[in-house]
Design a protein around this ligand. Structure first.
Ligand code: HEC
Length: 205
């Protein structure tokens, strides 16, 4: 009798705990995926899952910033940022630690379906590059990773021109905010654009 009574009291507590657990699990599984960088044991970066559901910043069309760029084919690049970094940027006009931005490259098509003029994006991804800020991993703060398919990627060596061009020409903390139309007004209002960019927005040496 006493046991049954005790169990009766315990049952609702159990049920509450279970309900809580379930709702935690449910909210975790339905939340936007992968918001922090995931590294393999040998220091490679795992391709951020679900980056296509991140915040869209811009698409560049045929932007030429590499000497070996393009062999007659037109290209789009799409830039996305991890949502929690985007939210922090809206508040401060700065990138928090663990910010991840991704540049996805796709070929441009011109003739297909009803299209007669202009270009649209191909289904095939031709390149994926991640720009990541992680002070606990990189004393320099930022690092680049270039993906070949979905396998984890090695960090691009610091001698690569990625680092020098971004450091010299990007308007805000190594990122090309001058080309991201929803971010530029925020950075301008918050006064977080680099002194070099403010002095000479058209770039140059
Ligand atoms: C000569 C200059 C230059 C070089 C070199 C360069 N980039 Fe960029 N990068 C840009 C510009 C300009 C953008 C903006 C693209 C847009 O607006 O669509 C950009 C954007 C990016 C972004 C989006 C996030 C951000 O930081 O703004 C990533 C990721 C990126 N580049 C990776 C790389 C990697 C990896 C390399 C080297 C393999 C590289 N870049 C080399 C100029 C450069």
């Amino acid at each position: 009798m006493r046991n049954t009574a005790a169990m009766k009291i315990k049952a609702p507590a159990w049920a509450t705990a279970l309900t809580l657990l379930c709702s935690v699990a449910l909210s975790a599984s339905t939340a936007t995926p992968a918001s922090t960088p995931v590294y393999t044991e040998d220091g490679r970066l795992a391709l951020p899952e679900g980056y296509r559901e991140w915040v869209y910043l811009s698409s560049g069309f045929d932007m030429a910033y590499r000497a070996q760029a393009r062999s007659g084919h037109h290209m789009f690049d799409n830039v996305f940022v991890e949502p929690s970094a985007y939210k922090a940027f809206l508040e401060s006009g700065m990138w928090p630690d663990k910010t991840m931005l991704i540049l996805e490259v796709r070929g441009a098509e011109d003739k297909g379906s009803i299209n007669k003029l202009g270009h649209y994006q191909d289904t095939e991804v031709m390149g994926l590059e991640v720009h990541l800020k992680d002070a606990s991993h990189f004393p320099e703060g930022w690092a680049f990773f270039g993906f070949d398919g979905t396998q984890p990627a090695k960090m691009i060596p610091r001698t690569a021109d990625c680092y020098s061009c971004h450091a010299r020409h990007a308007a805000l903390d190594n990122t090309f905010v001058q080309f991201y139309p929803t971010l530029l007004p925020i950075a301008t209002a918050k006064g977080t654009l680099s002194a070099a960019y403010r002095a000479k927005p058209t770039g140059g040496e």
